[in-house]
Design a binder for this molecule. Sequence first.
Ligand code: THU
Length: 128
Amino acid sequence: MDIKKLINAAKEASARSYSPYSKYKVGAALLTKDGNIYTGTNIENASFPAGMCAERVALFEAIKNGDDQFEALAIYAEGDNFPFPCGICRQVISEFTRDLNIIIARSENDYVIKNISELLPDTFEFSI
Ligand code: THU
């Protein structure tokens, strides 16, 4: 797996962010086991809760295409902090896989890698 390539795909997606309110441009690139890359960016709204995170845009696009076996996810946003996925995105990722390495990058060369099981242990699962 080419980490730099995936980070770059996330960086390119972040350039298409619609974030006039926070000015925080996030990009996500999800590599599937079939070798496809689905990208997403954050899309904000004047009604703030209507906005959407970059990770979920990428993930839902993959699911929509029936491509649901994931290899890795890169998240890219420039700033003082690493762009760790929010709690809602962690929960959504956990719905589809409990073993996904997530590359969290604040520049092309400055990143950390965490597994979803570390970021969200003991995930909520619904059963009746
Ligand atoms: N954001 C993401 O795209 N992903 C996250 O995991 C956390 C937050 C976006 C949402 C909003 O557009 C901006 O970052 C500031 O919260």
